[in-house]
Design a protein around this ligand. Structure first.
Ligand code: NAP
Length: 254
């Protein structure tokens, strides 16, 4: 049976493109027409995508229904739809609990939340899923690292932590801007900064939890350049501020 997506926004596109480009997904996908330029573009690009103007028509044809509407829209959108008992609902909406979704989609009771990220389009990136589901994990493991989560509280923590994305990109971009400001051509500055962060992220992926906590100290030379920058950012309270703000974001998402 087809897989449905209600809400054809940015994250839905990332997930669908990932599934079709990297996941070998070949089932029919039915998406909502809303965000018309995006739904039309997807249908044009992939022959197994169909567009429906009516959300109920998507629910009726799909076995698994992904929800990709904004948090403030999600419960209202679900309220007017009728689901079947055998369906699986996968909500991507932040700040909307499994309990809240379950209440709206009864008699369907297999409700899961996931936190995809834009790089899943490229077949990489974490995808926490709560509660775990072997069926959904099998589909999503082709577009990233699925993290099965047993407690919704932990899921909220991952949701808050995913807020580092824009700060990461700003760090890569700020590093490139600084290099360029010294007179290096902009393209070369960008290429260098991107390669630095890519290589460090690749190395970080190979570490275990303990090694991750030790790597910044281990790669320092006493009195060297890395030590100078790390100590300066620590003195300025960068990392304390990161923890405090993530805590405030967690308060918001819970
Ligand atoms: N973006 C991310 O990186 C990311 C990551 C993880 C989770 N999420 C979650 O994913 C959800 C979507 O985020 P997004 O960034 O993709 O937002 P978005 O681009 O604004 O997408 C929201 C989509 O919902 C559609 N929509 C609104 N009301 C609808 C209705 N009644 N029927 C059908 N579709 C309707 C919108 O259509 P119109 O444009 O026509 O209004 C739009 O296509 C959010 O809950 C967010 O928390 C996002």
């Amino acid at each position: 049976m087809p897989t449905g997506f209600i809400g054809t926004g940015a994250i839905t596109e990332h997930v669908i493109v990932g599934l079709l480009e990297h996941g070998g997904f070949s089932d029919t996908i039915i998406i909502s027409e809303r965000s018309q330029p995006r739904s039309a573009r997807l249908a044009m690009r992939y022959s197994n995508i169909r567009v429906e103007a009516d959300n109920q028509a998507i629910v009726e044809q799909a076995e698994t229904v992904f929800i990709g509407t904004l948090p403030q829209q999600t419960l209202d959108v679900l309220s007017v739809l009728s689901f079947r008992e055998d369906q699986i609902i996968v909500s991507m909406a932040a700040m909307v609990s499994v309990e809240q979704v379950t209440e709206k989609v009864q008699p369907a009771s297999r409700v899961h939340r996931i936190i995809p990220m834009p790089p899943n389009e490229l077949g990489v990136g974490p995808i926490p899923i709560y509660p775990p589901s072997k069926e959904i994990e099998a589909i999503l493991s082709s577009i990233g690292t699925v993290v099965p989560v047993d407690h919704e509280q932990h899921f909220s923590t991952f949701s808050a932590s995913s807020a580092v994305m824009a700060t990461f990109f700003e760090l890569v971009a700020a590093n490139a801007r600084w290099i360029e400001s010294t007179g290096v051509p902009g393209d070369q500055a960008a290429q260098y900064s991107q390669a630095v962060f890519h290589s460090l992220a690749t190395q970080a992926m190979r570490l275990d939890a303990q090694q991750l906590q030790e790597i910044s100290a281990k790669c320092l030379t006493a009195g060297g350049l890395n030590e100078q920058l790390l100590h300066a950012t620590q003195r300025e309270g960068w990392f304390d501020e990161l923890s405090e703000e993530l805590g405030r974001i967690l308060d918001r998402v819970q």
